[in-house]
Design a protein around this ligand. Structure first.
Ligand code: TXE
Length: 485
């Protein structure tokens, strides 16, 4: 019996509802290239309903003591952990990432995000200043109202929870739009929020495309705060939409991150760390180190061992426990990756590993979107392949002769999101880290995340910082109250 595909509906005012236009988009499984569910193809009318629900819920949610908000968010975290396997499988099917990665990274981090902000709001401090004996000033932080939260397809639940948790923990209500490419875990999160007792209207999720739903959120006069994560091109559109309405905006955008290996590094650690930072999630993490720079004296040894280690990565069906490299999220992204691999060869690059569409990993995935980990050497440093974001399992490796040269290479990009430096010379680590223009610098590690630290990019990688106190400040308004003595 043919079962109808699941239709992912909007979650508005605590209910799952049809999009007003009654239309749905196919939701494609990247590993098979076939639709396995449908997602609401909403428009501005659905955003208006969500805003009305968020507006109605705001006064009571605002008044709810932080301890009570905290309890609900902790319950959400508990339920995410309870449903870990179900959420991990849904994330893997929806994105094409290995099930093992969803189980160990995406879903646990989503629970951590809720747990962290549930407790952070219990320990906030505010400042007070005595003004020359004439007045007493204190800073009062208040939630801003309705937050618009827009997230991408690469780490769907992780990045959506990274926005929802601080926004509602601070007492705001939210209208969220996950990527139309990967809506499934957002849908499951709504079920969890309802079970956790989140009051109706505090979180509303409107599914659909960027131009129809995302743009309606950024343009809506009653949504005063926008937190966006996605590509730099789209980030510009979001900023343009928000500027005339004086909205508070945080933009987490693309990256073209340098990964610098000095000859004095622990090469075993640098190679293992660089394979992970190059190919985790098929290179579809904006923090991936896609430009590898190796000090010349260690270059040949590094390249040989890096290629040997990368060739061992298991490319397969994302649902297979052994798989370490899954599918690319969709055909458009796969075409983009192939374009840049062709361009790299036209720019003089040598394909040292990969570079060609692989044989089908199994019958089920015959029509899926797969591309092998690809290593390109011998490219000029400033060619397009080395400057433009590919967002796939493709890295370039380039030798350098000295610190000054490699810092110049690292900074010679429009982006400034993250970087890694591998060296056992502590002075050099500090010296180089201070000079690299990225929001995060990892030394002898990658993707070590502490939710208390500011997170975000410079230049074309974004505006604003989220994480920890920065996120609580972003989602609240600071008011100064001055009382005469
Ligand atoms: O981005 P898109 P994608 C970057 C990553 C890559 C890109 C991949 O480096 O460049 O994001 O994600 C919605 N108004 N990061 O392709 O297309 C769209 O529906 C409002 C960086 O998804 O920008 C989706 O929900 N919204 C990041 C979301 O925007 C619009 C981490 C992102 O879509 C819109 C992850 C519009 N006009 C990925 N058009 C980081 N720095 O942390 C589209 N959208």
């Amino acid at each position: 019996m043919r079962t109808e595909p699941l239709q992912i509906q909007n979650f508005i005012d605590g209910q799952f509802v049809e999009p007003i236009g009654g239309k749905y988009l196919d939701n494609i499984e990247p590993a098979t290239g076939k639709a396995y569910s449908q997602v609401a193809d909403s428009d501005s009318r659905d955003v208006d309903l969500a805003v009305a629900a968020a507006e109605k819920a705001f006064p009571d949610w605002l008044k709810k003591p932080a301890a009570e908000r905290s309890k609900i968010l902790l319950r959400i975290a508990d339920l995410i952990e309870r449903d870990l396997e179900k959420l991990a499988r849904a994330e893997s099917i929806d994105t094409g990432k290995p099930l093992s990665l969803a189980r160990t990274l995406d879903i646990p981090r989503a629970a951590s995000n809720f747990r962290f902000f549930a407790t952070a709001i219990l320990h906030t401090e505010s400042e007070a200043h005595i003004t020359d004996g004439v007045a007493f000033n204190y800073t009062l932080r208040q939630p801003r109202g309705i937050a618009g939260l827009i997230s991408p397809w690469n780490l769907p639940l992780y990045l959506l929870s990274w926005k929802i948790a601080p926004a509602i923990a601070c007492g705001n209500t939210a209208v969220a739009k996950p990527s139309e490419l990967t809506p499934m875990t957002a849908y499951l999160l709504c079920e969890i929020c309802r079970e956790a007792g989140l009051p109706n209207g505090v979180l509303n999720v409107v599914h659909g495309t960027g131009p129809k739903v995302g743009a309606a959120i950024t343009a809506h006069p009653k949504i005063g705060t926008i937190s966006f994560t996605g590509g730099t091109v789209t980030g510009k559109k979001v900023a343009e939409a928000c500027a005339p309405l004086f909205k508070k905006v945080s933009l987490e955008l693309g990256g073209k991150n340098p990964n610098i290996i000095f000859a004095d590094a622990d090469l075993n650690a640098a190679i293992a760390g660089s394979v992970r930072s190059s190919f985790a999630n098929q290179g579809q993490i904006c923090l991936c180190g896609s430009r590898v720079f190796v000090e010349r004296s260690a270059y040949k040894d590094f390249v040989d061992r890096f290629i040997e280690r990368t060739a061992q990565l298991c490319l397969g069906d994302p649902l297979d426990e052994k798989t370490e490299q899954g599918a690319i999220v969709n055909e458009a992204q796969l075409d983009k990756i192939k374009f840049y691999v062709d361009l790299a060869q036209k720019e003089g690059g040598k394909i040292a590993l990969g570079g060609k569409t692989p044989e089908p990993v199994n019958d089920r995935c015959r029509d899926g979107y797969f591309f092998p980990p690809t290593v390109i050497t011998d490219l000029p440093v400033s060619c397009r392949t080395n400057r433009e974001e590919i967002f796939g399992p493709v890295v370039t490796i380039t030798p350098f002769d000295n610190e000054e040269e490699v810092i110049g290479y690292a900074n010679d990009t429009d982006y400034g999101l993250a970087s890694s430096v591998w060296t056992q010379n502590l002075n050099r680590a500090h010296r180089v880290a201070e000079q690299i223009h990225t929001g995060t610098v990892w030394v002898n590690c990658w993707l070590v995340r502490d939710l208390r630290v500011p997170f975000g990019g410079m230049k074309a990688s974004g505006v604003g910082r989220e994480g920890g106190t920065e996120a609580l400040h972003f989602f609240t308004e600071a008011k100064n109250i001055c009382i005469a003595k």
